[in-house]
Structure formats: structure tokens, C-alpha cells
Design a protein around this ligand. Structure first.
Ligand SMILES: [Zn+2]
Length: 410
């Protein structure tokens, strides 16, 4: 009897030991991190866009734009390449929207890392903090739509060496190794905007500038076609007046405010105008401002400055004038465009800073009590009769004004 008890005790001991090691292995398997691997897209690439209305077709709602007569040939979007400079609060959302719309190729430029302090904005997630923004963006976007080709550059375009690389990529980076179709500037500083401006004037590249104010309650987009519209160096940039004293905002060491709302509105305007430009429907807006405090959206357009500091801008202006001479129908087209616009009194205090600068005011509505637009570093209040003070201000040269802006935006 005692022998049987001993045998049973032995078997029980072995069983317990087996169970313990099994549990141990199971726990190790549970806590072991998965082997690192490149993120795999959730579906195969799609060769041809289909308008078939089935739940599994990621393009059915986009192709419906064709059926409804909004866009003539939506599939053309797959041939298009867009460079996005800056993939922060605005640029990352822009990149996501274009990816979801099935853009052919995106070239992303940024040199920042994702930080927890960015989590009040859209797109990036806490687990991505520490990754470079372009890398984190690519990882997300290839999941969203594996049909989009994504090229990333983790460098600052304003250094001499990187500026050359930037110019090379916007010149040869398209799907067919040619010029990109559009450059979108989503940067937050003056130097980077000037770098994009210089590159685009040199390469005769159409681009759209965007910005959100440091108080987070206004923003804008501006379509820039070298020679035809004002470039970023032609006139001081227009901004949306917000009635907030900028001196209280822009103190040394004070952190700029940001809201996901304003950034998403600006990103939406930027991508909508990108789609209109790439797929040729509707009207591409020359300038749209956004005043979040009053939900007001002023529009405007600015002609190039014949004495712009950028010599390539002057060259592009001459080329454009030549083109107008040879193709007078372009002028007719523009005249028709102008007829859509109601020219109003200067209700928003838009003003000229330099007598040599021609600013064409285009008002879409009277907006009597609404805030309007002003140049980034000129007060909007001015009497209709030019005073002595006004003419003194007007004679300030552009370089001085640019220097002032640089201080404001740094
Ligand atoms: Zn210019």
C-alpha cells in the first residue's frame, strides 16, 4: 500500500513539474516582444481604380466624383506627385488626406521628431514619439493606402547642402523622374518658407504656401505660380487680422499655441485646392484666410512685384508677360475669372506697403464687421487720406520689412 502511495506521489511530483515548466514557457511566450519587422501593408496594391460599388473597394467613393460630374478623370491622380515640406500639425494631415485620395506619389521633407507635446494635434500617436516625423508618417501611410509611393527625406532644407538635395528631388522626383506636380509648404518658420520660395522660383515650380498663426486662431493658404502671382518675397505675406495684440503673444520663451481644429481647416483648404489644381475642376483659390474667432474666410489675390528681390522671380515675371503676348487667350481667361469677383471698398483695411507694389483686391462679400486681412507686419488702421506718417512707412524697403517679419516669426 505504501509502495502505491510512493508511486502516486512520484507521478504527482512529475506532473507538477511539467505543469510548472509549461506555464513558464507560456509566460515567456506572452511577454516576449514580437520580432521587429517592417510594417506590412494590409492589402495588395490595386492595379487599376475601379468604380464598382462594393464595400471592399477603397476607391468607390472617390470614383463617384466622376459619376457625379465633379471630376472628369479621377484616375489621373495616380500619375501625380506632390512634395510636402514639413509634416507637422498641417503637413501630416495633408499627407494623410492625399494618401486617402490615392495620390500617385508623396515626397515628404522634415527633420523633426515626434514628441508627446505634439499630441494635441492630429495624426501622430504617443507610441511614435522619438521616431523621425517622416519615418512615422510613412509607417502609417503605407497601411492606409499601399498604392501610394512614399519617399521620405529626414533633413532641414535650409542648409546649403540639403537645399541642393531638395531642389534635385522636386526637379526629378516625380513618378516619371521629372518635376513634381506641386509643392506644398507646411512649415512653421520664415527661413524654410524662403527656401521653398527660392527653389520654386528657380525651377519655375508652382507651390502652395500655408500657415497657422502662433495664437492658433487664424491661418491661410496662398497659391504661388512664379511670374503670374506674387512670390513669398514679392510683398510682405498677408495674414488674417485677429484683433489680438501680437506683442502679448510673441515674447521670448513663450510657447506658441496650437489647435488641431485650425490646423485641420488649413490642411483641408490646402488639399482641396491641390485636388482642384491636379484634377482640373472648380477654381483654385489664390489666397484664402481663416479667422477662427469669427468663422470668417477672406479671399484675395496678389500680383507679383516688378522689383522683387528674387532675381528668378523677375525672370519668371518677364517670361509670363511674354507668354501673355503670344497667347492673348490666357488674358481673356483671367478676365473671366476676374468677373466672378465683386470688387468692394477697402473694408478690411488691406493696404499697400510699398508704392511700387500692386495689390489687386478681390472681395467675395462685404463682411462689414468681420476681420479682414493685413500684411504680417503692418497695422491695418490707416486713414483714407495718406498722412505724412503713412508715406514714410510706405518708403520702407522690402528688405527691412522682411527683416521685421523674420523677427516676428522666429
Ligand atoms: Zn517675387
Amino acid at each position: 500500500m505504501s509502495k502505491e502511495i510512493d508511486e502516486m506521489a512520484e507521478r504527482l511530483k512529475n506532473l507538477t513539474s511539467d505543469l510548472t515548466s509549461t506555464l513558464k514557457e507560456a509566460r515567456i511566450a506572452t511577454v516576449s516582444p514580437a520580432a521587429p519587422s517592417a510594417p506590412q501593408p494590409y492589402r495588395q496594391k490595386i492595379e487599376k481604380l475601379s468604380s464598382e460599388v462594393v464595400d471592399s473597394n477603397p476607391y468607390s467613393r472617390l470614383m463617384a466624383l466622376q459619376r457625379m460630374g465633379i471630376v472628369k478623370d479621377y484616375e489621373k491622380i495616380r500619375d501625380k506627385t506632390v512634395a510636402v515640406v514639413g509634416v507637422g500639425g498641417v503637413g501630416s494631415v495633408v499627407a494623410e488626406m492625399l494618401t486617402r485620395c490615392g495620390i500617385g506619389k508623396l515626397i515628404l521633407f522634415d527633420y523633426d521628431k515626434v514628441e508627446i507635446a505634439n499630441m494635441n494635434r492630429l495624426f501622430y500617436q504617443p507610441h511614435q514619439s522619438g521616431l523621425s516625423k517622416v519615418e512615422a508618417a510613412r509607417d502609417t501611410l503605407i497601411h492606409v493606402n499601399p498604392d501610394v509611393e512614399i519617399e521620405t527625406h529626414n533633413f532641414n532644407i535650409t542648409t546649403m547642402e540639403n537645399f541642393g538635395k531638395f531642389v534635385e528631388r522636386i526637379t526629378n522626383g516625380s513618378k516619371t523622374n521629372g518635376k513634381v506636380d506641386l509643392v506644398l509648404s507646411c512649415v512653421d518658420n520664415f527661413e524654410a518658407r524662403m527656401a521653398v520660395n527660392t527653389a520654386c522660383n528657380e525651377e519655375n515650380q508652382i507651390w502652395i504656401e500655408s500657415g497657422v498663426s502662433e495664437d492658433a486662431v487664424s491661418g491661410h493658404i496662398q497659391y504661388i505660380e512664379p511670374g503670374k502671382t506674387a512670390c513669398f518675397a514679392c510683398v510682405p505675406p498677408l495674414v488674417v487680422a485677429s484683433n489680438i495684440d501680437e506683442k502679448t503673444l510673441k515674447r521670448e520663451g513663450v510657447c506658441a499655441a496650437s489647435l488641431p481644429t485650425t490646423m485641420a481647416v488649413v490642411a483641408g483648404f490646402l488639399v482641396m485646392n491641390t485636388l482642384k489644381y491636379l484634377l482640373q475642376f472648380g477654381e483654385v483659390s489664390p489666397y484664402v484666410g481663416y479667422n477662427a474667432l469669427k468663422d470668417f474666410f477672406p479671399r484675395d489675390s496678389i500680383k507679383p512685384n516688378p522689383s522683387c528681390d528674387d532675381r528668378h522671380c523677375i525672370l519668371r515675371q518677364k517670361e509670363y508677360q511674354e507668354k501673355l503676348k503670344n497667347q492673348p487667350e490666357i488674358e481673356v481667361e483671367e478676365k473671366i475669372e476676374d468677373d466672378f469677383v465683386v470688387h468692394e471698398e477697402n473694408n478690411w483695411g488691406i493696404e499697400l506697403v510699398d508704392e511700387s507694389i500692386e495689390v489687386k483686391k478681390e472681395a467675395t462679400n462685404s463682411g462689414k464687421t468681420a476681420e479682414g486681412l493685413k500684411f504680417a507686419y503692418e497695422a491695418a488702421e490707416k486713414s483714407e487720406e495718406p498722412s505724412q506718417e503713412t508715406s514714410e512707412k510706405s518708403s520702407a524697403n522690402l528688405a527691412d520689412l522682411m527683416a521685421q517679419l523674420k523677427r516676428l516669426q522666429s
